[in-house]
Design a protein around this ligand. Structure first.
Ligand SMILES: C[S@@+](CC[C@H](N)C(=O)[O-])C[C@H]1O[C@@H](n2cnc3c(N)ncnc32)[C@H](O)[C@@H]1O
Ligand SMILES: *[C@@H]1O[C@H](CO)[C@@H](O)[C@H](O)[C@H]1NC(C)=O
Ligand SMILES: *[C@@H]1O[C@H](CO)[C@@H](O)[C@H](O)[C@H]1NC(C)=O
Length: 261
């Protein structure tokens, strides 16, 4: 009998601790969820820092081509540029800015801040004015007509509302200011690659922080009300061709607000 009692007591203790455990988890669920979410963002920042450094090398030629527009704008204006970089990530673009450019980095993921600052430290020829935590769709803390240029590389695929984001880009640009971009985009509607993109999109979007494979970014830029739009299609050459087919179709170019300077 004593043995059975001891066993029952053990089971009761077990159930009790289990219930207390569940209760604690339930009570602290908000903290636990926010902890997991922040760790996810931290992991994204860490992985993207490595990954974007690699992609940056592959995109060097295209980036140099679009950033040359900043050099000529800087020459024409005769003073250092003030630039907003939207979704800067770890700030792999710091290599390309004209000397003495003053840059504001806008980035929703707070865990990029230290990478951005480290990169700024390595680039003494530019100046990082500040890092703002925020989303492209709503930049109301940035004044109208306050930047000579806005830069976006591989960001439009991830914003929630590209139309609103582009409206904001145009709003913060000075008249005559330039928007430069390099983006991966949806393949031609009906093509084999487009079918793969559509098939992979739901999983991809979850795994890659909201990145949408089938976004027709060129169309959004063309319809955003810029006066002069120039878009070039190219294929991003990275990884093993068959495995990366769906993320190869890309564009680079520029768009100007109002009359060109
Ligand atoms: C693929 S990374 C590109 C990073 C960097 N521009 C580069 O080329 O190395 C996409 C970046 O966009 C940011 N992002 C996602 N949604 C955004 C939004 N709504 N507004 C601004 N940035 C966003 C992500 O946090 C991430 O840093
Ligand atoms: C600025 O410095 C960085 C790092 O030293 C270099 O990669 C980049 O080419 C420089 N840019 C200019 C315009 O001199
Ligand atoms: C991807 O973007 C396109 C165009 O902006 C949109 O029509 C589509 O619904 C988006 N797909 C997902 C999975 O969000």
């Amino acid at each position: 009998m004593a043995k059975i009692d001891a066993e029952i007591a053990a089971v009761v203790r077990y159930i009790f601790s289990f219930a207390v455990g569940i209760g604690l988890i339930y009570y602290f669920r908000r903290y636990i969820i926010s902890f997991i979410k922040s760790q996810k963002l931290r992991l994204f920042a860490w992985t993207l820092n490595r990954f974007m450094t690699k992609i940056n090398k592959i995109l060097r030629k295209e980036k140099e081509t679009v950033f040359r527009h900043l050099d000529s704008l800087c020459e024409k204006l005769g003073h250092p540029l003030t630039v907003l970089e939207v979704g800067s990530g770890p700030a792999t673009n710091f290599d390309y800015y004209p000397r003495r450019t003053e840059i504001v980095c806008l980035e929703p993921n707070p865990y990029f801040k230290s990478y951005i600052e480290q990169n700024a430290h390595k680039h003494k020829n530019i100046s990082l004015s500040r890092v703002v935590q925020g989303f492209a769709e709503r930049m109301d803390y940035l004044e109208d007509s306050s930047f000579d240029a806005v830069v976006c590389t591989l960001v439009m695929c991830s914003v929630r509302d590209p139309r609103q984001a582009l409206d904001e880009v145009k709003r913060v640009l000075k008249p005559g200011g330039i928007f430069i971009f390099v983006e991966h985009v949806a393949a031609r509607e009906g093509s084999f690659v487009n079918k793969i993109q559509k098939m992979m999109n739901p999983v991809w979007k979850t795994l890659c922080d909201g990145c949408n494979l089938t976004r027709n970014t060129a169309k959004y830029i063309q319809n955003a009300g810029f006066s002069d739009v120039n878009i070039v299609n190219f294929q991003l050459q990275w990884g093993f061709r068959l495995l990366t087919l769906f993320i190869r179709p890309s564009i680079y170019g520029y768009a100007i607000k109002g009359t060109r300077i």
